[in-house]
Design a protein around this ligand. Structure first.
Ligand SMILES: [Zn+2]
Length: 267
């Protein structure tokens, strides 16, 4: 069947990425990860931020009109050859990210929509989105508006203690064009701690401390789980796979994913 879009959900550290990889390869989809979307648009804004006059465009948590923001960013964007709308989205996200503040749904939705529309025609595996019930409603409306649909939600299920153990062992490739993820036990880097794809020394992310992991686990319960329930209630088939497998090989991951995904897509 023609698979259009799949949402992969699960607690942070549950083991989503190997399942995303299976779906990308099996169904010819592309991964659309919120973290990458933020990096992309912030990167676009960063190309013009030194040159653009942004004073007065964000006051007391309120943005100036989009037309005023576009006008302010336009000269620097023209000079740098970047898209002004993309730079505006990056500018808006940066106001929260720079201050370490929670990015409101409205901004996250705008970034997701821009990336989703830019890639329309090719299906996505959504990862890290939706994370609130409002984002779920937004996604359903966006898919409809783009003439596509959400075929399935795949939940990667894992218990909290297993996640804490897994996450503390996680290492990432800091090379931005690679960003491969490893695990000291389950998917190790080279014996001398280098990325198997590009040879950069892998690192522990600052987000991967136990305290931060437990905060993210609590957020999953309070926000992301209701977001998934909203999609299920809207009639999107929802299946789950175990995050931990007795034997963790690529083949075992693929088998466990396709065993539940294929029947759900056919029904
Ligand atoms: Zn690498």
């Amino acid at each position: 069947m023609n698979v259009q879009n799949i949402v992969v959900a699960g607690k942070s550290g549950a083991g989503k990425q190997p399942r995303v990889d299976v779906l990308v390869q099996t169904y010819g989809l592309r991964q659309l990860a919120t973290g990458n979307i933020f990096r992309e648009y912030l990167g676009t804004f960063n190309k013009v931020r030194g040159d653009a006059k942004t004073d007065g465009l964000w006051t007391d948590g309120k943005f100036a009109a989009d037309s005023a923001i576009r006008q302010a960013l336009s000269p620097a964007c023209a000079k740098a050859g970047v898209d002004v709308d993309a730079a505006m989205l990056g500018f808006k996200a940066a106001q929260y990210v720079d201050r370490g503040r929670f990015v409101p749904d409205e901004i996250t939705n705008a970034l997701l929509a821009a990336a989703f529309r830019a890639g329309s025609g090719k299906g996505f595996v959504l990862d890290g989105y939706p994370r609130t019930p409002d984002q779920s409603d937004f996604l359903l409306a966006l898919a409809k508006d783009c003439g596509t649909r959400i075929d399935l939600v795949l939940i990667v299920d894992n218990d909290d203690e297993a996640i804490v153990a897994r996450t503390i062992g996680r290492r990432v490739c800091p090379n931005k064009s690679c960003a491969k993820v490893f695990h000291l036990e389950f998917k190790p880097p080279t014996p001398d701690g280098k990325c198997t794809a590009c040879g950069t020394a892998v690192v522990l992310r600052s987000d991967d401390t136990e305290e931060k992991i437990r905060t993210r686990l609590a957020e999953f319960q309070s926000k992301a789980l209701p977001a998934i329930q909203r999609l299920s209630a809207a009639g999107i088939p929802t299946v789950s796979v175990p995050g931990n497998l007795p034997v963790f090989t690529d083949q075992a991951v693929q088998d466990s994913v396709l065993a539940v995904v294929q029947p759900a897509l056919r029904s």
